[in-house]
Design a protein around this ligand. Structure first.
Ligand SMILES: C[S@@+](CC[C@H](N)C(=O)[O-])C[C@H]1O[C@@H](n2cnc3c(N)ncnc32)[C@H](O)[C@@H]1O
Length: 274
C-alpha cells in the first residue's frame, strides 16, 4: 500500500489533502467543525459565518477531487449551516439523502424560547448514478416477534423477512455518555455504530475512507474494524495522541473479520514521520 494509506496526519487538512492522489478514495466521511463555538484547541469552530462558509467551500473543493468516480460523501452538520453547505455540495454532486441522527437526548431542560434541538443533520451525496452501495451489508434484522407475526404460509420463503429491512433516514442512536466504554476525551466524538453503517454501505471491503477532520479518530477506527483502509487529518496534537491509542488498542469487540487483522498496518503519523 502507498505511504498515505492507513495514516492520520497531525496537520491542517487543507495542506494535507495534497498528499492524496486524485481519484483514489472510495468514500469521504466527515464531521467537520459545526461553527457552534466549541473549543477544539483551535479556532476552527469559532469563525464568523462568512469565514466559516468560505473555509468550508475551500476544503470541499480540495477534498472532492480525491474521490473515485463511483465514490460517495457523508457529511455531519447541524441545521444552522446545513442549508448553505448542502447547496454548495448539490452544485458538485447528487444528493441522495438527508439523514437525521436523533441523539436520543433525554427530555429535560433545553430551550425555552424555541424547540430543543436533539438531532444532527447528515448529508449523503454521490458522484454519479452507479455509485457503490451495499444495502445487504447494513440491513436490520427483523425481531423475533415480527418474524412470528409473518409466519403464515404466504410469507414462507419471503427473502426480505430473512435478510432484514433497509435502514430509514432517521437514525436513533444514543450520543456517547461520559461513562460509555467507547468514549474518548473529545467533545464531539461520534458513535462507531453510525460510522460503521456508512462505511459498510458505501465503501467496498479493502477500499479507502477519507476523513479530513478526524477528531478522536472514530472514522479511522471504524474503517479498521470493518476491514477498510483510512486516511485523514487532525489539527490538535492531543487528539492525534487519542487517535493513536484508539487505533493501537481497540477496546471494543471488533467486527467479525477485523479481529484477525494486524494492527501493524495502522499508524498516526506526525509531521516528521510523514
Ligand atoms: C467535529 S470534530 C470531529 C469528531 C470526530 N468525528 C470524532 O468522532 O471524534 C472536528 C475536528 O476537526 C478538527 N479540525 C478543525 N480544523 C481542522 C483542519 N483545518 N484540519 C484538520 N483538522 C481540523 C478539530 O480539531 C476537531 O477535532
Amino acid at each position: 500500500m502507498t505511504s498515505w494509506v492507513n495514516q492520520v496526519f497531525c496537520e491542517d487538512a487543507l495542506t494535507g489533502l495534497a498528499r492524496i492522489p486524485d481519484g483514489s478514495v472510495d468514500l469521504i466521511l466527515t464531521d467537520p467543525p459545526y461553527n457552534l463555538g466549541k473549543d477544539y484547541g483551535n479556532a476552527s469552530d469559532q469563525q464568523t459565518v462568512d469565514a466559516y462558509l468560505a473555509w468550508t467551500e475551500q476544503w470541499i473543493d480540495a477534498a472532492l477531487p480525491k474521490l473515485k468516480a463511483n465514490g460517495s460523501l457523508y457529511i455531519f452538520l447541524t441545521w444552522r449551516f446545513s442549508p448553505e453547505i448542502f447547496v454548495m455540495l448539490k452544485k458538485r454532486m447528487t444528493m441522495m439523502n438527508e439523514i437525521i441522527w436523533d441523539r436520543r437526548v433525554p427530555s429535560m431542560g433545553g430551550s425555552v424560547r424555541s424547540y430543543s434541538s436533539v438531532h444532527d443533520t447528515i448529508g449523503f451525496f454521490v458522484n454519479r448514478k452507479d455509485y457503490y452501495f451495499d444495502l445487504d451489508a447494513v440491513r436490520i434484522p427483523y425481531d423475533a416477534a415480527t418474524k412470528k407475526a409473518r409466519s403464515r404460509s404466504i410469507f414462507i420463503g419471503a427473502k426480505w423477512l430473512e435478510v432484514g429491512y433497509n435502514p430509514k433516514d432517521l437514525w436513533s442512536v444514543s450520543r456517547l455518555h461520559r461513562e460509555h466504554p467507547e468514549r474518548a476525551d473529545h467533545p464531539t466524538q461520534k458513535p462507531l455504530e453510525i460510522i460503521e453503517r456508512m462505511i459498510k454501505a458505501s465503501c467496498p471491503p479493502g477500499g479507502v475512507v477519507l476523513d479530513p477532520f478526524m477528531g478522536s479518530g472514530t472514522t479511522a477506527l471504524a474503517a479498521q474494524r470493518c476491514e477498510r483502509n483510512f486516511v485523514g487529518f487532525e489539527l490538535n496534537p492531543d487528539y492525534c495522541a487519542i487517535i493513536e491509542s484508539r487505533l493501537a488498542a481497540p477496546k471494543l469487540e471488533p467486527t467479525r473479520k477485523a479481529a484477525k487483522r494486524k494492527s501493524a498496518a495502522t499508524a498516526v503519523a506526525t509531521e516528521e514521520q510523514a
